[in-house]
Design a protein around this ligand. Sequence first.
Ligand SMILES: Cc1cc2nc3c(=O)[nH]c(=O)nc-3n(C[C@H](O)[C@H](O)[C@H](O)COP(=O)(O)OP(=O)(O)OC[C@H]3O[C@@H](n4cnc5c(N)ncnc54)[C@H](O)[C@@H]3O)c2cc1C
Length: 408
Amino acid sequence: MALSGEEFDVIVVGAGVMGSSTAYQVAKRGHKTLVLEQFDFLHHRGSSHGESRTIRATYPEDYYYPLLMESYKLWEEIESEIGYKVYFKAQHLEMGASDNECLREIINTCHKHSIPHEILDSRQVAEKFSGVFDIPGNFLGVFSEYGGVIKATKAVSMFQTLALQKGAVLRDCMEVKDIRKDSVKGGVWIHASNGEKFWGKKCVVTAGAWTRKLVKTVSGLELPIQPLESTACYWRIKEGHEAKFAIGGNFPTFGDSGEPYIYGTPSLEFPGLIKVAVHGGNPCDQDKRPWGPAKGLEYLKKWVGEKLAGLVDSGGPAATQLCMYSMTPDEDFVLDFLGGEFGKDVVIGGGFSGHGFKMSPAVGRILADLVLIGEAEGVELKPFRIARFEENPRGNFKSFLSCSSSEV
Ligand SMILES: Cc1cc2nc3c(=O)[nH]c(=O)nc-3n(C[C@H](O)[C@H](O)[C@H](O)COP(=O)(O)OP(=O)(O)OC[C@H]3O[C@@H](n4cnc5c(N)ncnc54)[C@H](O)[C@@H]3O)c2cc1C
């Protein structure tokens, strides 16, 4: 247990998947590490709780490729270190109209990085997946072996357990209300709302949907990170067809690159149910959540009814789970130094925009590199810099529309 006034090499603010992965990486390198979390560990009020997250290599933005490949490798390495499974292999299918710009960019990324893939027409998609998908004639499928499901809460717990084993101190129910520069001896003072304070040579802020609020308080900088409330929906597979959708078989993790973007995972966490959900959600105040209703439910019912060959009950989800996105205008992450009077002493990892979980092992490694050595090896950080919003408030330019910008 850390005592008020105690000193650390690195203090991590926020114990979602990004903070926990970062703490694991920092502690593993032998640095004295403190993690402060405002709620209970593994709470359900942020972005990292729940049963499953998709992992896939087929991205329209090619700069995610190194983070994805590193993460596939790290998930397996870290699993062996803890001794239980959090990653479940699956194939992946991306689909969309043949002229869909996002799908075209996914194919370009596959070519650019020689990601093994097959481009399938609608008939070939039906054949390959034993008739469980029924997509229109003008659609294409991009098939890849790089899919999979990560057990979300279990993975966060894994990072926290390993961080603890490596000597990190973890404290929950500790809201950080300010970070102040120590202009005498350097480093920063982290002030908690209960009056305790801790000194850190360096600090990493991984505060999820609270990042904008905390960064504004600390430095006055207004990061364009918007909290959204998103809903994971689980649908009942019709009796007798359950095996066709089970993980470990032929059924893939999948995405439909239309507007809105739809994604889904094989049946794993709840027997007889599969997850099919809309990427995106309703803008919200992270401290005054509406707790529903889900965005795009009517569209989703139609999608399930039409595209899953009538094998899944499309009357409505059998179960739902609410969660938060921290959305940037370009849906790209923020991995950067806070700058200003804090220079390189405070690092920000935020804005994971509803697609960060799969890359959390690489993100933790990158944030640890930034805070410990001032640069990250093997990755081009330009797309993730804060300065991109100064040049263009919408951030990085993309030829395809933002997946979640459309109203449904
Ligand atoms: C419904 C849904 C589906 C998703 N599906 C996928 C998917 O299939 N694949 C994928 O890769 N990603 C997916 N994601 C995205 C992924 O889950 C997130 O990108 C990731 O969990 C973000 O983690 P985080 O650590 O940044 O945020 P969080 O998990 O929210 O962690 C931030 C933590 O900081 C704490 N905190 C905030 N402020 C303070 C403070 N002042 N003091 C102390 N603690 C503080 C919070 O309480 C919180 O615990 C999905 C997200 C949702 C919501």
